[in-house]
Design a protein around this ligand. Structure first.
Ligand SMILES: [Zn+2]
Length: 283
């Protein structure tokens, strides 16, 4: 039941993230007006707004004017549902205590910031400030909250990535590691920004990417942030080369970087500890 519940919760949050993806880059309010067709302005009834289901029933068209609805809508809903489910499985078998629920909530919040950033940067080449500052502030607040709980009767099971034997199998960064992650994430991308501007004589990276990397660092801690940094450039290199070789993009085309950072952050969130152990075992 809890798995079904978290998947449906993900679908509903995904539906809200779709609103963010459309409205935030256009500077519109998230609350008003109610959802409407951007073509005929017809308000969308609740029964046409059910995640996944309505899209397939309407065959991807507006009920009134038949203008096509972007497949991004069901995609974002399904993606959010799946990632929420993965978060729960990540902590399997989870016993719901205050601390484990907070850890899960923390991952769900992280995912709920990453998804709209991915799609907005892909479509508009910007990361709106409410999202880039939001991810930093939310990460700091929930980490302070979780760490303050350690004083209580419940002990948070968190462990250092480099000494997994003296802890549980969940990785949770210490507060200091979160702050270091923020500084290292922001700092590394700031360095890339300056090096890129110096050698390429153009903006290789947006300021938004630097803020995003700082926010990801807060959630992943400095160890996870380093993994994310290398993974993002690896992903970027592989995908950019594929796009150039298949002539989907030309050399002069701008390729937004946040989608790679988001992809790398999700891989680090779910597999970061395993990747690092694998890497250390290879040495
Ligand atoms: Zn319409």
């Amino acid at each position: 039941m809890i798995y079904l519940f978290i998947f449906i919760l993900g679908l509903c949050i995904g539906s809200f993230l779709n609103v963010c993806i459309w409205r935030l880059p256009r500077g519109q309010s998230l609350l008003r007006p109610a959802s409407h067709c951007p073509n005929c302005q017809n308000p969308i009834k609740w029964y046409d707004n059910i995640p996944l289901l309505s899209y397939s029933l309407l065959k991807g068209k507006c009920r009134r004017c038949s203008s096509p609805i972007s497949p991004r809508y069901p995609l974002v809903e399904a993606l959010t549902g799946t990632l929420f489910l993965l978060s729960l499985l990540h902590y399997y078998p989870i016993t719901f205590t205050l601390s484990s629920s907070l850890l899960l909530l923390r991952d769900l919040l992280f995912i709920s910031f990453l998804i709209p950033i991915f799609f907005i940067d892909l479509e508009n080449q910007i990361i709106p400030n409410p999202l880039s500052y939001g991810i930093i502030i939310t990460g700091l607040i929930i980490n302070i909250f979780i760490h303050s709980l350690k004083i209580g009767t419940e002990t948070i099971f968190y462990t250092n990535l480099f000494s997994p034997e003296n802890g549980m199998h969940f990785y949770f960064p210490s507060f200091l590691s979160s702050l270091a992650g923020m500084a290292i994430g922001g700092g590394l991308f700031l360095a890339v920004y300056f090096l890129g501007s110096f050698f390429l004589k153009e903006e290789s990276m947006g300021i938004g990417d630097i803020k995003l990397a700082a926010g990801i660092g807060v959630f992943l801690g400095w160890e996870g942030m380093l993994i994310c940094f290398f993974l993002s450039f690896l992903l970027g290199a592989v995908i950019a080369t594929t796009l150039l070789l298949t002539h989907l993009k030309k050399r002069r085309d701008k390729i937004p970087f946040a989608p790679f950072l988001v992809g790398a952050a999700l891989i680090s969130l779910f597999l970061g500890d395993k990747l690092l152990h694998l890497y250390l075992a290879l040495l």
